[in-house]
Design a protein around this ligand. Structure first.
Ligand SMILES: C[S@@+](CC[C@H](N)C(=O)[O-])C[C@H]1O[C@@H](n2cnc3c(N)ncnc32)[C@H](O)[C@@H]1O
Length: 343
């Protein structure tokens, strides 16, 4: 998803490297581009953006690797330009810094040892910056994967990971970046009537509202406390959403009344799957969603119950066409985004 958003928004950017799910939760993609980097802070589907300021290859995995990390930082030709570009995007040079280290693979040193090695090198190389523990103006993120090390200067702020509107979330709420990816996959149109029949805190409907106009936003949940939270979130965002307490397996809605459904039914972990198990639940749910979806409507559904979904799709009448299937990690668990359509 992220590579698609980048290709659409920054056609000149070239993918230069990929470290996918290097620590089970995180993927890192490296792009090469000439300018426009400040605009990367408004990507919908990324959680962080970094300027590459140092790189080391063939780093030894024993403690000699620590000296190599320090040397790569001290000798980097990218560091000065990285700081200048950071200052151009944020309007001022940083005065303080900190280092965040992440590591995957077997090494004879600890993550914190790598962090200290780079802190020392940066302290020598950039004496104008003061090392702090928190609230640093500049965050350098060191990623060591096996024998490769990348040092990035974080260009994004915490706002990039956050929701588009202030949001009180629930324990099973989606991350905003995943919700935004699902919204993009629904190919939003201004005349869409959009439904989330298992809306929880309303994350998907509010991210849909942030993406552009819609003719109507409808949502509901079986749990009254979820409906209360979603109602408060929509009011705080100033977004008109029609919300009801209901059973998504028997929606009080006419046939073919919505153009897009965005939803994230229970995985069966944090929120239990009601009834006789995943397959009967997903089969009844899909039938009901098919009933209320317009003939040419779009359904984007995220679940970790991939097999139950695939089984439930078989024999559905009228059929839903599987346009795409994307694997994602949700709180460390493998899940699938299904993009289905009518005609
Ligand atoms: C994974 S959560 C949805 C989280 C939501 N996307 C968010 O970001 O907050 C699944 C939701 O489905 C609701 N739910 C489970 N069974 C339901 C049913 N039969 N009808 C309506 N809602 C149901 C749960 O109460 C829960 O809020």
């Amino acid at each position: 998803m992220i590579t698609e958003e980048i290709a659409a928004r920054f056609p000149a950017a070239e993918l230069a490297g990929a470290w996918r799910q290097f620590d089970e939760r995180t993927s890192l993609l490296e792009f090469r581009l000439l300018d426009d980097w400040c605009a990367w802070r408004s990507l919908d589907t990324a959680e962080d953006v970094f300027l590459l300021v140092a790189r080391a290859r063939d780093v030894q995995t024993d403690r000699r690797g620590l000296n190599e990390l320090g040397a790569a930082t001290l000798g980097s030709k990218l560091l000065a330009a990285g700081l200048d570009n950071f200052a151009r995007c944020w309007g001022q040079m940083p005065r303080t810094f900190r280092v965040v280290a992440r590591k995957a693979g077997a090494h004879a040193y600890r993550r914190v040892d790598a962090q200290v090695a780079v802190e020392r090198a940066l302290g020598t190389r950039l004496p104008q910056l003061r090392l702090v523990e928190d609230d640093a103006d500049a965050e350098f993120w060191l990623t060591v994967v096996g024998t490769t090390a990348l040092l990035g200067l974080r260009l994004s702020s915490a706002a990039m990971r956050g929701p588009s509107y202030p949001l009180t979330s629930l324990p099973a709420s989606l991350k905003p970046s995943v919700a935004r990816a699902m919204v993009r996959l629904s190919r939003p149109r201004p005349d869409d009537r959009v439904l989330d029949p298992l809306c929880g805190a309303g994350t998907l409907l509010l991210e849909r509202a942030a993406s552009g106009p819609a003719a109507a936003l409808l949502g509901g949940d079986r749990a009254p406390e979820a409906v209360d939270v979603a109602t408060a979130n929509a009011a705080a965002a100033g977004v008109p959403v029609s919300l009801e307490e209901w059973d998504a397996l028997a929606l009080p809605l006419p046939d073919r009344c919505v153009d897009a459904i965005l939803t994230n039914p229970p995985f069966g972990k944090r929120v239990q799957i009601p009834g006789d198990g995943p397959y009967p639940f997903y089969r009844r749910l899909l039938r009901e969603l098919r009933r209320v979806l317009a003939a040419d409507g779009r359904l984007v559904l995220l679940t970790s119950q991939t097999d139950a979904m695939l089984r439930a799709m078989r024999g559905l009448e009228p059929a839903l066409i599987l346009h795409r299937r994307l694997s994602v990690l949700v709180r460390g668990e493998r899940a699938t985004i299904f993009v289905l359509g009518g005609e």
